[in-house]
Design a protein around this ligand. Structure first.
Ligand SMILES: [Zn+2]
Ligand SMILES: [Zn+2]
Ligand SMILES: [Zn+2]
Length: 218
């Protein structure tokens, strides 16, 4: 669909398109800010996948953004050269190499981590903003650490949440409301009213009016 200026007014996205776009914005943020992809993903999720909001916030005050999102640059736990460490949850002592920690360095054993992360994943998409189990700490727990700790099934669930977040937390993108349809529609900012057809041939504009979604596109 083209608007008066010949620009596309909206784009219908299938799962492959959404995954591809999500990977592209993660790569862009990761490259421009020189941060790991996992951190870029956390930032984008925090700013509802709005790339310009990420840039604005980061270049205005990186420290505040890091604090708000739990992206620590350095460990907050003094580096003790002990062979064993005590898990902060079960309090048992374990060899250092069997402990895991987020960027903050607070050590927990793999069984406690697995229970903590798996419970969060099964509680819903809030796990995308998971923080260190230490109650005084706000360090983000990213997908890289999560993938070391949980079952294949939980990993898949976490990946699905990230993919869905790209639509559900994104102000410009909406699911097609037709029953059983898996397409989403990306509305281009500044477009005036027009008929929006999903690829399943569902006319979305009527539904947009009924559910007061019009503010999204006008
Ligand atoms: Zn433990
Ligand atoms: Zn911590
Ligand atoms: Zn549809």
């Amino acid at each position: 669909m083209l608007n008066r200026e010949g620009q596309p007014s909206y784009t219908v996205l299938n799962e492959h398109d959404r995954r591809q776009r999500q990977e592209e914005v993660i790569t862009r943020i990761s490259t421009v800010l020189s941060i790991p992809r996992v951190s870029a993903s956390i930032l984008l999720r925090h700013y509802n996948w709005d790339v310009s909001k990420v840039y604005d916030a980061w270049f205005t005050d990186e420290e505040t953004v890091r604090k708000a999102t739990g992206l620590l640059e350095n460990s907050v736990v003094p580096n003790q050269n002990m062979k064993e460490l005590n898990c902060g949850i079960c309090l048992e002592a374990y060899p250092r190499d069997r402990m895991y920690a987020a960027a903050c360095g607070h050590p927990f054993c793999s069984a406690c981590w697995t229970g903590y992360v798996s419970t969060a994943i099964n509680d819903g998409p809030g796990c995308l903003m998971l923080r260190c189990p230490d109650p005084s700490c706000g360090a983000a727990v990213g997908q890289d650490l999560i993938n070391l700790l949980v079952s294949e099934e939980d990993k898949q669930k976490y990946s699905r949440y990230i993919l869905r977040s790209y639509v559900e937390d994104n102000k410009k993108i909406k699911w097609c409301p037709a029953p059983g349809c898996d397409f989403a529609v990306d509305f281009v900012a500044g477009s005036s009213s027009f008929d929006v057809f999903c690829n399943c041939s569902f006319l979305l504009t009527r539904i947009l009016i009924v559910f007061s979604w019009f503010s999204v596109i006008i």
